[in-house]
Each structure stands twice: as C-alpha cells, then as structure tokens.
Design a protein around this ligand. Structure first.
Ligand SMILES: [Zn+2]
Ligand SMILES: [Zn+2]
Length: 424
C-alpha cells in the first residue's frame, strides 16, 4: 500500500524515493502535466462544448493579459518575442495552430499559477476541438490563422509595452473572434470523434500508453462497463512490456478511466471518470507553486462573477428556478443543510450550465481547504460565521431572483473579499 502511494506521488513528481544511506522520500517540484491531461479528458468526457470552453477563456485570459503587462520582465519579453517570431515563420504551414502557444505563455507571465494552469487546460481542449473539425475549407483556415496571428502580435506588443488596458481589451476582442469562428465546429462531445493524443516527447511511455487507451475509450463513446480486452490482448495491441502496461493501467485506475478486473471474463473495464484525483493533484501542484491568496482571489472572482452572469441569464429556466428555490429554502433554515458547510458556490457554478466553472471552482476550494487545514492560525468561521455566510448567500440569491445583476455582483464581490481573509 505504501509502495503504491509512493509510486503515485512519484508519478505526479511531488516527491521521489532515493535509495541508499541518505535515502527516503524527498520533495521535488510537482509536475502538473498528468493532472492537466486528466482534466482535459474529464472535461471532454462530460460533454464540455466549445462554447463552454471559450466562455471560461473569456473570463480568465483578459485578466491574465492585464497581469502579464503589469509584471513582465526582460526574460519574459524575450520569450514572448521568440514565440511570435516562430508563429510568423510557421503560419503558412498546413493545418490549424497546434496549440495557441502565445495564450499559454501570457498565462504563465501573469505570474498567477492558477491562471496559468487553467489557461493551459483550456487551450489544450480548444486545440483538440479545433483538430476534430477537418471539414473547413483550406482558405478559411488560412484566413483564420492570419487573423489570429495579427491579434497575437497586438496582444504581445501591448503586454511588452506594459499597456494593461490594451492587453486586456485586445485579448478579449481576439477571444470573441475565436468564439465566432468555432460555432461551425461546435457540438456536444464534438471533439470525441477525432480526439487525438497530443503526444509530448517528455511523457513517460506508460503515460503515453494510458493516454492512447483513454482516447480509444473516448472514440468508442465511453461505454462504461465494457471490457476492452484481457491483459494479453492489450499487451499484443500496445506492443509494450508487461510492466509498462501495468503502470499505464494503474494511471487509468487512479483517474477512474478504466480498471483491471481479474478472473474469468475479466480484463480492462471502462469506468466513469471521476475528477477527484485530478482536482487533488491540481490543488497539490498549485499549493507547491506557492499560489497566494491574491492569486486565488483573482481567479475565484473571475469564475464566480462569470457564474453569476450565466445563472442570471438562465434564472427563468424551470430546472434552474426550481433549484434556486431549493437553495433559498435551505438558507432560510426551512430545509436541512448538507454536511459540507459551504456548498452554495459549487451549486451555483453547476447551475451556470458550464461544467468548466464548477471544476475550476472545486480546485480553488480544495486549495482553500488544504490551507485552512495546514494553517495554525486560520480561524474556523464557527456558528456565527456560518450564519453570516448563509445571510450573505441569501442576499445574493435574492438579487439573482430579482434580476438585479449590479447588486448581485456587488454582494458576491464583498463576500469573496471577506473569504480571502481566511486564507492566510
Ligand atoms: Zn489566439
Ligand atoms: Zn459563501
């Protein structure tokens, strides 16, 4: 059991086991890549649409560009220049841009690790959806690439010049154009058919095999319960050693993609993916990167205000109205409150209808919880605090039901600012 745990931790590169006299578990920088890929797969599995993705990007990326413009240094300028120069050179090559590299780099240069990781996840998923099209005329692709490239040049110039307002506006404008460009290729679970592994050279062989199996499952339409084959079948099909296959299976099991069932009629069985493991390793990785309360606040603000906007727009839909009513009844003490104290925010995110927002919010609250658990000084809100929170939640809901977006945003902002005080 311990060896298993060490292996999984090692896989996520949080710690390594050193042998010999001074051996033991040592800590190293966690690698966010496996969790990033797992999140991408999960979002695809639950049917995230291109529209959901672009909505989340529109919430996060303009904020990232603004921060990058404020914080960039000489080394960052150098990297941005190199990235756009590469894009200039390669823009006449066939195909769509494999990944929107400048977007992820601007996310990194924002200096906010949470923004960086989330933008990375969204850019990868957008690339998978864009690649899944294939029916777009060549001239249209070329035009789209030219437009994107000139937008990238504008954004990069503004970031380098430290023009925060222009960097933010140009990013928002560019993402709106991309959103308009994607609808032709939109569709629930549209990315599945041509979902392809974006193989990275540094990925371990077991990870590549796991990703390959995962993509095969996605291509088959994620048939939960179906047996993909026995270990012998898979060994033959994948052409790898037994130990590599077993490590790949452990990864699939860890992320609840598939599990190996022993005995007659056994084999690798497709399971329903569970984001829990990726949420925890994402939170772990962000914690290690020293994400600050200011960083979290910036991302949480964007996610929660985006949620609010969506819920307001959908508040008359019958199922949304019914659930909003239930939340209000509970906050007034007319219905039992669930054990987990503050589910208000995740419930609201789920009501937004955009699964990306709920997932990101869960990562942020997981971080919040980890910090509170590890901090000797963090004060639990206590019964008075819980009553106060319930009161504030009720106020936010009331404003939503009244259709008063200004007041709803005001109350949410005030509430989030108060929450940040608990973080450190
Ligand atoms: Zn772009
Ligand atoms: Zn709250």
């Amino acid at each position: 059991m311990l060896r298993e745990a060490v292996r999984l931790i090692e896989h996520h590169q949080v710690a390594g086991m050193r042998r010999g006299p001074s051996g033991g578990l040592f800590v190293r920088a966690p690698d966010a890549r496996p969790a990033t890929r797992a999140l991408v797969i999960f979002l695809e599995y639950i049917g995230t649409t291109a529209e959901d993705l672009m909505h989340a990007r529109c919430l996060l990326e303009p904020a990232a560009a603004r921060l990058a413009a404020a914080r960039i240094g000489e080394a960052g300028i150098e990297r941005l220049r190199r990235t756009v120069a590469e894009e200039t050179e390669r823009r006449h090559e066939p195909g769509i841009f494999a990944q929107d590299v400048p977007h992820v780099l601007v996310g990194e240069l924002s200096g906010n690790p949470a923004l960086h990781l989330f933008i990375d996840v969204l850019a990868r998923l957008t690339a998978r959806y864009a690649h899944a099209t294939g029916r777009v005329p060549k001239e249209e692709v070329a035009r789209g690439k030219d437009e994107a490239h000139s937008a990238h040049l504008t954004i990069v110039d503004a970031v380098i010049a430290g023009d925060t307002g222009k960097a933010e506006a140009a990013t928002a404008g560019h993402l709106e154009e991309v959103t308009d460009w994607l609808p032709a290729h939109r569709g629930r679970r549209g990315g599945r058919k041509a979902a392809r592994l974006l193989e990275e050279p540094e990925a371990k062989l077991a990870e590549v095999v796991a990703a390959r199996i995962r993509d095969e499952i996605a291509r088959r339409g994620w048939p939960v319960g179906q047996v993909l084959g026995s270990e012998a079948d898979l060994l033959a099909r994948q052409g790898v050693s037994r130990s590599v296959l077993r490590e790949a299976v452990r990864l699939l099991e860890y992320h609840s993609v598939a599990l190996m069932r022993r005995g007659p009629g056994g084999g690798l069985v497709v399971t329903a993916p569970d984001p829990g493991a990726s949420i925890r390793s994402m939170a772990l990785s962000l914690d290690y990167r020293g994400v600050t309360s200011e960083d979290l606040h910036a991302v949480r603000d964007a996610v929660e205000l985006g949620t609010l906007e969506r819920v307001m727009a959908r508040r008359d839909a019958p199922e949304v109205a019914a659930r909003l009513g239930a939340v209000i009844a509970r906050s007034e003490g007319k219905a039992p409150v669930p054990a987990a104290s503050d589910t208000f925010h995740t419930e609201l995110a789920d009501l937004s209808g955009n699964p990306v927002l709920g997932l990101f919010l869960r990562i942020l609250t997981e971080l919040w919880t980890r910090h509170r658990a590890n901090s000797p000084t963090a004060a639990e809100p206590g019964p008075a605090g819980a009553a106060e929170a319930a009161h504030v939640h009720r106020g936010i809901l009331q404003a939503i039901l009244d259709g008063d977006e200004g007041v709803a945003r005001h109350r949410m902002r005030r509430h989030l600012a108060a929450l940040t005080a608990w973080y450190d």
